[in-house]
Design a protein around this ligand. Structure first.
Ligand code: SF4
Length: 553
């Protein structure tokens, strides 16, 4: 498919120079290509010191269609984003690429990588999966030993290439690039206040608020060197002290790399290093990245911690924000994270296996086989089978080739959506009493279609077991959730849900059992979507009670 060329226009906005994009037809593209090269560089001058490019080369949109029919998404809470940061490793972009590949489950909308080379930042990003966005040629152009990368699933802002991270800007003369996992609960309010003061936003993402707050911060004025890592860190601390919500952020500049996690530690962020080189550091959303690239896990970035890696590889740890009780997202263990990851100090696989065991103990049933809803239901189904002694069988197969479809979402296609993704194995389930284990029920639509499909394939009984408590509220901390009113457990009792999905029996993991499983750590996990106990109350958009910004200069 013919791509579109993006000509980058610098937008100077009170100390922050953002890169915005304008679309050209193929004819205009030819006419403008020379100008684009002169002012902004292209893939041919990446990494060359003589390049006049102020900032990166543009991502070419290879396919600007976006999934109209979210067949692949199913009826789940959706992943947030994945981030990776690399410092001190040759071909850092390639490491970042593999890291993003390992984190693909956290976001499939778009991907991007920024590198530092010869004191300048260069980036490439686009809509699509990591393997669709990058190829060997592009990665070879992204030279340098420092990089950050981001996989996007939009929890804030519309689906557009302009919202794909990292965001790279020139901030009062310093190039910085930011990658963020999480959601800022007061971003709309800050944005309104900044706009009243004249800020012009280039994206609809909450992350851009952090860059504008850094640009307008007065804290750097006390630094002897205005263009330094110290000044940048002060700006970042000032900006983050004004935001609320969830953030695991990586900030790259020619001065170094900064990793920071919000004081409540909603989203994960871990630190590792390559085994064969002592002076390097890698930050990632999950430890599965280290498994793939052959790095070793060092430790978690603690909630509220800022780790500053300087140009020469020295590492400093700061805790610049008031401390809070940790509120790590329990949904990372229920659904988001990869089973092979260690998240918040616990094995994701073992958590899910135990959830299945608990379900077998509290909701036993006479059945012939236990089958998982693949793939996220597999560990819990294995746990249910182990605890109940009922044999485990893969009675539902998942298509790995559904991917993203570009079909208009007619009612007929919506009805087909579950069958496109999941198919029943008649030879396994026919004439059997089934225990079907899934990780969660959000709207209930998928469960209903699934039970119908199993019955059509000869199942004698269908007993549904859900390895998490009933979801009764939306998430405001970086997870894409439907409106509370659309959540089936907000609207129906468990018995009403059983009837709606037409199961012979239905059981959820009770919230008190989840707390019991977490033990002494229970209060350090967020469970707001089940309990309604929101650690940071959501802020109404129209709230203008007090000014969050620095005084005007
Ligand atoms: Fe995670 Fe639910 Fe809390 Fe959101 S509300 S952070 S999904 S536990």
């Amino acid at each position: 498919m013919e791509g579109r060329l993006e000509d980058h226009c610098n937008m100077n906005n009170g100390g922050i120079t953002f890169v915005t994009s304008c679309t050209f037809s193929p004819k205009q593209r030819l006419a403008k290509s020379q100008r684009a090269k002169t002012f902004y560089g292209n893939s041919n001058n990446i990494g060359r010191q003589s390049s006049p490019a102020k900032l990166m080369f543009p991502g070419v949109i290879t396919n600007n269609l976006f999934p109209l029919n979210m067949v692949s998404q199913g009826d789940h809470f959706h992943e947030e984003c994945g981030v990776i940061g690399v410092w001190g490793i040759e071909s850092a972009a390639k490491i970042a690429f593999y890291g993003l590949h390992a984190l693909q489950h956290r976001g499939q909308e778009g991907a991007g990588i920024t590198v530092v080379f010869n004191e300048k930042l260069y980036e490439y990003k686009n809509l699509g999966l990591v393997t669709e966005v990058f190829n060997d040629d592009i990665l070879s152009e992204l030279q340098g030993s420092a990089a950050i990368g981001h996989n996007r699933y939009s929890t804030s802002g519309e689906k557009s290439v302009r919202n794909v991270q990292p965001f790279t800007v020139e901030l009062n003369g310093i190039q910085v690039s930011i990658a963020h996992n999480g959601n800022l609960t007061n971003a709309n309010k800050i944005r309104s206040q900044l706009e009243l003061r004249g800020s012009i936003f280039n994206t609809s993402s909450d992350t851009e608020v952090v860059l504008h707050l850094m640009a307008t911060s007065l804290l750097a004025s006390s630094c002897i060197e205005k263009n330094s890592q110290d000044a940048l860190v002060r700006r970042l601390i000032d900006a983050l002290s004004r935001v609320e919500g969830a953030y695991s952020i990586l900030l790259l500049s020619p001065f170094g790399l900064v990793a920071v996690r919000d004081p409540l530690g909603f989203r994960p962020l871990v630190m590792g290093k390559m085994k064969d080189n002592s002076k390097n550091v890698i930050f990632a959303s999950e430890t599965c990245v280290f498994d793939l690239i052959g790095a070793e896990f060092v430790r978690e970035v603690d909630p509220g911690e800022m780790i500053v890696v300087s140009k020469d590889g020295r590492i400093h740890s700061l805790f610049p924000f008031p401390s809070h009780t940790r509120k790590a997202c329990i949904f990372e263990h229920i659904y988001f994270s990869r089973p092979s990851s260690i998240v918040f100090g616990r094995s994701v696989y073992m958590s899910r296996f135990r959830f299945g065991e608990i379900l077998a103990e509290i909701a036993p049933v006479e059945a012939d086989i236990v089958i998982p809803v693949p793939e996220s239901g597999v560990p819990a189904a294995l746990g249910y089978s182990a605890a109940s002694g009922i044999p485990y069988q893969p009675g539902i197969m998942r298509s790995h080739y559904v991917g993203r479809t570009f079909i208009q979402p007619t009612q007929h296609i919506r009805d087909l959506s579950v069958r496109l993704k999941l198919s029943a194995v008649r030879s396994i389930i026919e004439h059997k009493r089934l225990v079907v284990v899934d990780d969660s029920i959000v709207r209930g639509t998928t469960s209903r279609k699934l039970v119908r499909m199993l019955r059509e394939n000869g199942a004698k009984q269908v007993h549904v077991r859900i390895a998490c408590p009933p979801i009764t509220g939306s998430c405001y901390y970086g997870v894409d959730t439907p409106n509370t009113k659309e959540l089936i457990s907000h609207n129906m009792t468990n018995e009403e849900i059983r009837k709606y999905i037409d199961a012979d029996s239905l059981a959820f993991l009770p919230l008190d059992q989840l707390h019991q499983f977490l033990g002494e750590e229970s209060s350090s996990f967020c469970d707001a979507c089940f309990s309604g106990n929101y650690p940071i109350p959501p802020l109404p958009v129209e709230d203008t009670t007090h000014d969050i910004l620095s005084p005007m200069l």
